[in-house]
Design a protein around this ligand. Structure first.
Ligand SMILES: Cc1cc2nc3c(=O)[nH]c(=O)nc-3n(C[C@H](O)[C@H](O)[C@H](O)COP(=O)(O)O)c2cc1C
Length: 373
């Protein structure tokens, strides 16, 4: 068995004991090889931020409200002027063949069926063209800057030619250190799970380090993007450019002022800087700094529709789902991902209805109470 082989083949049906979206997280270990599961579930370092993401949601409770008529309720919204049926997007998640033999193609089919926007990763294990062919009209492309500008530009051109509607450039992962859980499980990327979008690239020019040089500053960070690279990027494409990985209000304001279409408040699901704040804890200050109206997406730690409600209440316009999408993919392929999205929508609707909110724009901080210490 390779590290990518699932413990059991994905089901063609939904397990009968699966009652809520979070159940996919509980069931996934049965359907994934242990090292692959640990790679997906873990974060970086000691998983301090992974834990913080989940704990942050538990600190908030939702006030039930009585006697409000929500019978005309719905979850429609517009994001940067584009209409969506619901506020659930699929976050970019690399190497999905770790969870399913067809990888991102299954996820894209589910997104299409559920009118969900899928954000395809630069590091997908199917090509961005294959993902585009299976995804719905709302598909966005997540970009990692490549060491050579011509390679970054080539990805932008391929994304535009394949009909992606926006570029989401991820800026919080210039270095990613291995996570303890993946290391402990002996995870190694299997050969059938390659970053196929990057095949044919020359790779970075070799970096010669002097003995006194740092492996990090003069090594890994030498090719890391800067503000100048972001300006260059925005001049290369006619597509709207979003930035993913924002946690500081000053960065959020500077990005808006630089002309970025919108931001994703995210700590990469705890996979980048171990010790970064929970994304949910960072969200209110970012919304306050930006004011109403500027597009803000959110991810990191969402496991239920009530979590989505809390993120919207604290300032997000919509959310992106990371690990749950992979767990659902592992359990039941496209059907599982579609079912997971439907469950999240219904859980959100139940929460909205009982909180007395008929529409997303009625959800605000006044719907939440901080859990007493
Ligand atoms: C296995 C895995 C791979 C990921 N790959 C990418 C990626 O290629 N690009 C990216 O911007 N984010 C990537 N992310 C981060 C997700 O987009 C998202 O920020 C995170 O998963 C949200 O947290 P959650 O998993 O708690 O929902 C990855 C996350 C996981 C778990």
């Amino acid at each position: 068995m390779t590290t990518s082989a699932p413990a059991h083949a994905p089901l063609g049906s939904i397990p009968p004991d699966l009652r809520c979206a979070a159940d996919y997280e509980l069931l996934a270990p049965r359907f994934m090889a242990l090292p692959s599961h640990e790679y997906v579930a873990g974060g970086c370092g000691r998983d301090v931020t992974v834990a913080a993401n989940l704990a942050a949601f538990a600190q908030w409770t939702v006030y039930p409200r009585l006697l409000r008529d929500v019978s005309a309720g719905h979850t429609r919204l517009s994001i940067a002027g584009v209409p969506f049926d619901h506020p659930v997007l699929l976050a970019p998640v690399a190497f999905q063949k770790l969870a399913h033999p067809h990888g991102e193609i299954e996820t894209a089919r589910a997104a299409n069926a559920m009118q969900a926007c899928m954000v395809g990763s630069t590091l997908s294990s199917c090509t961005l063209e294959q993902v585009a062919a299976a995804a719905g009209p709302q598909r966005w492309f997540q970009l990692y800057f490549q060491p050579r500008r011509e390679d970054t530009r080539a990805l932008l051109e391929r994304a535009a030619a394949a009909g992606y509607q926006a570029i989401v450039v991820t800026l919080d992962a210039a270095i990613q250190t291995a996570g303890a859980r993946a290391l402990k499980a002996g995870f190694r990327m299997p050969p059938d799970c390659a970053p196929v979008n990057l095949l044919g690239q020359q790779g970075p020019a070799a970096i010669e380090l002097d003995p006194e040089d740092s492996r990090i500053f003069q090594g890994a960070m030498r090719n890391a993007p800067t503000w100048a690279d972001l300006s260059w990027l925005m001049a290369q494409t006619a597509l709207p450019v979003w930035v993913k990985g924002v946690l500081h209000p000053d960065d959020a304001v500077a990005l808006r002022d630089a002309g970025v279409a919108g931001i994703v408040v995210s700590n990469h699901g705890g996979r980048s800087l171990d010790g970064a704040p929970a994304s949910l804890d960072a969200l209110p200050a970012i919304r306050a700094a930006l004011g109403a109206g500027y597009p803000v997406l959110f991810d990191s730690g969402i496991r239920s529709g009530t979590d989505i409600f809390k993120a919207l209440a604290l300032g997000a316009d919509a959310v992106m789902i990371g690990r749950l999408q992979i767990y659902a993919l592992a359990v039941a392929g496209a059907l599982g991902v579609a079912h997971m999205i439907r469950l999240l929508r219904e859980e959100l609707e139940v929460c909205m209805a009982l909180a007395g909110c008929a529409t997303l724009d009625q959800i605000g901080p006044e719907n939440l109470m901080r859990r007493p210490c």
